[in-house]
Design a protein around this ligand. Structure first.
Ligand SMILES: C[S@@+](CC[C@H](N)C(=O)[O-])C[C@H]1O[C@@H](n2cnc3c(N)ncnc32)[C@H](O)[C@@H]1O
Length: 226
């Protein structure tokens, strides 16, 4: 598996704009706690090698759904509030309402307005329009980690929280925004890890298929890793 990014990456020149828009749209984000940072540090060595944490298994479910991530049949159960990992990918600023074919992109912040200088800097291919809206998205299509293989469900056992990464001694870069997957409901060995991608929209990040397959963590439960 060639996805070895521990946390989201972005052009550092975007930081002031990102901070301004977080404040406008999301307010103050909760920082990850010491314990949560330690959990991320513990799994990051395997992620950096492009590996899954030992207690997870990646398995192909079907040609339509693709791969999914499961708790290893021999692993201990995972309990509520445990950290799974940051949803890593590339953060970029894009014009809103343009078709996005990516199956791996969270919308972080919407309805962003840019002044003339900002539009020239970040959208140099378009003429200035004061009412054009922009979006910060987080896309794991080209870069990411195993979390990009976690499928969507309206009955998920994981939750995606938008948080801040504070300064820390664990080698995790501080960041004004991050999406981190946490356990929402106890996960038993063999269960599939599932998350609701976009709470308000019923989106499952697939622009071609009409409707998400309604699966629960037990629908494709695994007993062996073969
Ligand atoms: C973030 S990816 C999840 C990993 C993906 N299964 C893979 O193998 O790369 C999102 C894509 O997985 C598929 N998917 C995820 N949840 C689904 C669901 N409930 N029903 C059908 N397809 C789903 C869709 O193709 C969607 O665009």
């Amino acid at each position: 598996m060639n996805f070895n990014l521990v946390q989201a990456c972005f052009d550092p020149k975007l930081t002031p704009l990102l901070r301004r828009e977080i404040k406008r749209e999301l307010g103050t984000l909760t920082p990850l706690s010491k314990g949560e940072l330690e959990e991320i540090a513990a799994i990051s060595e395997r992620i950096k090698k492009g590996q899954l944490p030992k207690h997870f298994v990646r398995k192909k479910i079907s040609p339509e759904i693709g791969y999914g991530i499961f708790l290893h049949p021999d692993a201990e159960p995972l309990v509520k509030e445990e950290v799974i990992a940051p949803y890593a990918g590339e953060i970029s600023l894009v014009p809103q309402y343009t078709h996005d074919p990516s199956s791996y992109a969270f919308t972080l912040i919407e309805d962003i307005l840019l002044d003339k200088g900002e539009q020239k800097k970040w959208d140099s291919g378009s003429h200035f329009h004061p009412k054009r809206h922009y979006t910060f998205k987080l896309d794991a299509w080209k870069k990411g980690n195993f979390t990009r293989f976690i499928n969507h469900s309206e009955k998920p056992n994981l939750a995606a929280y938008t948080v801040r990464i504070p300064k820390n001694p664990y080698g995790i870069a501080p960041a004004p925004i991050a999406v981190v997957y946490f356990v929402k409901k106890k996960i038993l060995p063999g269960d599939q890890l599932l998350v609701c991608y976009e709470q308000s929209e019923k989106s499952f990040w697939n622009s071609e298929q009409g409707k998400a397959f309604a699966m629960t963590p037990q629908t494709f439960r695994i007993n062996t890793t073969n």
